[in-house]
Design a protein around this ligand. Structure first.
Ligand code: BT5
Length: 323
């Protein structure tokens, strides 16, 4: 797209670039260039124009535009196709629809806000505009449906690694899908599966992350990266890093199997080794979280020494530690 080329041009030169030079290189008239610059300015790019000097890019808007995310992403297939929306009901619905229509593996849907962002079991996901990252990713893994929970663990690891890389903050993962910092919820993952009998046709991984939220726009028990880091976070750069880490870990998973992901997951887990209570629908199990099974299930040893496996549920960490 011509506007992306203009931006690339301006981003490469920290100083003024003459209109003649840009229009010549892009093979457009100076009038056409001026029109494209106006469109970019309307999208929030701060571009100054000075007679005889040319154009200069002063700042980019804090938006997750597909062009910003794609720029220097350097992945093989994750994020090669990006759908960007200002507002959607849920990125999950858009991605599920796209996957049904045959969108390739790695396609992502990004929204600046969601009116019906959802968590597990139809719960709500607060998605205030321009503050967080709301993303759904289409994967077409050659795995059996019962291995799909490993993709939740793989995504959680990737998010923690990306946050560490970009902010130096250390997150923790509460099984199965919560990203925490200092025991407060920073993000969550929702994995939805479309499967035939023994092979997953596609999986959509949804990621919700509080990035630049202030306390008013998130639930009481939640936190954001801005609150923890005490500074604004560059959302496009963080999103790019998440996509890179997902690709890296997904390839490791495909090549070396689930255990390689579980081994990484352990390093970020806050649940293992603790006394926990897992609730699923009306059932509760309390005991010591002793491990993760090869399919991503959580192994819990109760007080009679019996080990049970749970595949889904909400974990509460108990105050009383197991001795
Ligand atoms: C999750 O569910 O944590 C998965 C959230 C996935 C959201 C993403 S956003 C992009 C994609 N599109 C969607 O529509 N969804 C995905 P769960 O473990 O069920 O947690 C839900 C609970 O987290 C809610 O009941 C609230 O208590 C809490 N919660 C809601 N919004 C939150 C927020 N912004 N930050 C922290 N906690 C929140």
């Amino acid at each position: 797209m011509i506007q992306e080329k203009i931006l690339d041009f301006l981003k490469r030169k920290p100083d003024y670039v003459s209109g003649d030079q840009i229009s010549h290189r892009l093979g457009i008239t100076r009038q056409a260039l001026w029109k494209h610059i106006q469109i970019l300015k309307d999208s929030g790019y701060d571009i100054v124009a000075v007679p005889h000097l040319g154009y200069k890019l002063v700042s980019c808007p804090d938006r997750l535009f597909a062009s910003e995310v794609a720029r220097q992403l350097n992945t093989r297939f994750i994020g090669k196709k990006i759908y960007y929306f200002d507002t959607v009901s849920s990125t999950m619905d858009s991605a599920l629809q796209l996957a049904m229509e045959g969108s390739p593996e790695g396609t992502i849907v990004i929204a600046e806000s969601q009116t019906k962002g959802r968590g597990r079991l139809g719960r709500n996901w607060f998605s205030p505009k321009y503050k967080g990252i709301y993303l759904s990713l289409i994967l077409r893994p050659k795995i059996s449906p019962n291995q799909a929970p490993l993709l939740t663990l793989m995504s959680a690891v990737s998010i923690c690694e990306a946050i560490k890389e970009k902010t130096d903050l250390a997150c923790q993962i509460k099984w199965p899908n919560d990203i925490l910092i200092h025991h407060k919820k920073l993000g969550g993952i929702l994995t939805e599966l479309n499967a035939e009998t023994d092979l997953s046709r596609f999986v959509v991984v949804g990621i919700g992350l509080n990035v630049n939220n202030d306390k008013k726009t998130i639930p009481h028990q939640a936190t954001s990266l801005r609150e923890q880091k005490k500074q604004e976070i560059n959302r496009p750069e963080l999103l790019q890093e998440i996509l890179r880490k997902i690709e890296e870990n997904y390839l490791i998973f495909q090549k070396n199997g689930g255990q390689s992901i579980i081994d990484k997951w352990r390093d970020w887990s806050i649940s293992l080794g603790r006394r926990i209570r897992v609730s699923f629908q009306k059932e509760h199990i309390e005991g010591h979280a002793v491990g993760i099974d090869i399919d991503g299930g959580l192994l819990i040893r109760n007080d009679s020494g019996l080990t049970q496996k749970v595949m889904a549920g909400d974990v509460v960490h108990c105050l009383r530690h197991y001795i």
